[in-house]
Design a binder for this molecule. Structure first.
Ligand code: SF4
Length: 412
């Protein structure tokens, strides 16, 4: 029987190893490229102005180390500051990127939240470098979005009125909780475990009451597109209740624009709004600004095309793209429904010709649709015209003309 070497690594015991951190970044990998980019290719001295410790004060964590750690963490799906701190302590690649510096999670959180403008500057510098390498075509772009959950509970969302009701519910719950506990106390039914549970629950209820009360004192009601009040969130009021593939979440819509040549992302933004459609003009402007700032050359001409899915279809968005001389290719929400069973496009209103003389329409098969009175469809008033059943029954284009099942037209 073959014998194999065995090691004692299963019991979780640590090892003392001699490690050369530089050797942990292997050429050709994402980590190597990230290190090279931030250390050698991109100037991140813009962050220096945050520090005033040249003469007094402790030495700060170098911004390049923080930037690399954060990007590396995100690339591995570690998005929390505590998680990134953990990486800097226990992950050898993260250690190599940060040159064995282990920042506290508060430093990481402060760096992320306090430098959004400077990150934009770094983003443009990365784009400039990509442009120098000829990675950006600058002509055809695609826009898409994803749902990002925020660190806030949907149960603390609501209009001002809804939150007032929630506050009253929590107050009633707290009162009941105290009364129940006092009763148990009187009956001598409390022990250490129930006391602990009581304290924990009471603390939670008090915290919720305090949070909602403070929020309601300073609430600035959020208005939707039609001027109606929309839900605010007590913990993170910039986020919104958003429909995702797994149901409603409290969070943001992340929207990115990528260039078609090498899928380099040229703009990325987050919006606390349930409707990603309304953000298209803003994100297109940002993408074009970045392209200009990165001095992207477009040898193929300046004609630009934007591709997006039906979530971005609206008359305003098409007009906005036209004004910016961008050809927008965006399907409308009825696009698929208009396809017949054989995937041919369904006829649209424009395929029917109106004849003033006789007040009738002529269908694509040359058959008349006769006026049959006033009608209201989806709340819109208009005139109704109808084809004759005997014409449609034998029509070879029936499936392109109507969504009715075949047998429905058999009726006279
Ligand atoms: S089904 Fe055929 S005949 Fe009837 S309206 Fe449509 S195109 Fe004309």
């Amino acid at each position: 029987m073959a014998k194999y070497k065995q090691t004692d690594t299963e019991n979780g015991q640590g090892l003392f190893l001699s490690v050369n951190l530089k050797e942990q970044l292997i050429p050709g990998t994402f980590e190597y490229m990230l290190d090279d980019l931030i250390e050698n290719k991109i100037d991140v001295s813009i962050f220096d102005k945050n520090y005033k410790n040249d003469e007094t004060g402790a030495a700060a964590i170098p911004p390049p180390a923080l930037i690399k750690l954060i990007i590396y963490g995100y690339s591995k799906g570690v998005k929390s500051s505590r998680g990134i701190e953990e990486l800097s302590k226990n992950n050898i690649t993260a250690k190599a990127l940060a040159r064995d510096i282990e920042p506290h999670w508060t430093t990481i959180a402060g760096f992320i939240s306090g430098n959004s403008e400077m990150f934009k500057d770094v983003f443009v510098k990365v784009l400039t470098y990509c442009a120098e390498l000829g990675l950006i075509g600058g002509q055809t772009f695609a826009v898409d979005g994803c749902r990002i959950p925020s660190n806030a509970s949907m149960s603390l969302s609501g209009t001002a009125e809804e939150l007032r009701k929630k506050l009253n519910v929590y107050r009633r719950m707290a009162e009941k909780h105290i009364a129940r506990h006092q009763k148990k106390d009187r009956n001598g039914e409390t022990d250490e475990k129930t006391e602990k549970n009581y304290q924990r629950r009471q603390k939670h209820l008090n915290r919720q009451i305090e949070k909602i009360s403070i929020f309601l004192e300073n609430i600035e009601q959020k208005e939707g597109k039609r001027g109606k009040e929309i839900k605010s969130n007590v913990t993170d009021n910039e986020s919104a209740v958003i429909l995702s593939s797994s149901g409603y979440i409290q969070g943001y819509i992340g929207i990115a624009v990528s260039d078609s040549k090498n899928q380099v992302i040229i703009s990325a933004q987050a919006a606390g709004s349930a409707n990603e459609c309304e953000h298209l003009p803003r994100i297109v402007d940002d993408a074009m600004e970045n392209i200009q700032a990165a001095a992207v050359e477009t040898p193929g001409g300046t004609k630009r095309t934007l591709l997006a899915d039906k979530n971005y279809f609206s008359e305003e968005n098409l007009k906005a793209c036209e004004e910016r001389e961008i050809e927008a290719i965006i399907p409308d929400s009825q696009y698929k429904r208009r396809l017949g069973e054989n995937k041919e496009m369904r006829y649209e209103a424009g395929d029917f010709i109106y004849h003033e003389e006789g007040n009738y329409y002529e269908c694509p098969q040359g058959k008349p649709l006769l006026y049959c009175g006033e009608s209201t469809l989806s709340g819109v008033e208009g005139k109704a015209y109808q084809a004759r059943a005997k014409d449609c029954r034998v029509c070879p284009r029936f499936t392109r003309c109507t969504r009715s099942k075949k047998e429905q037209v058999q009726r006279p």
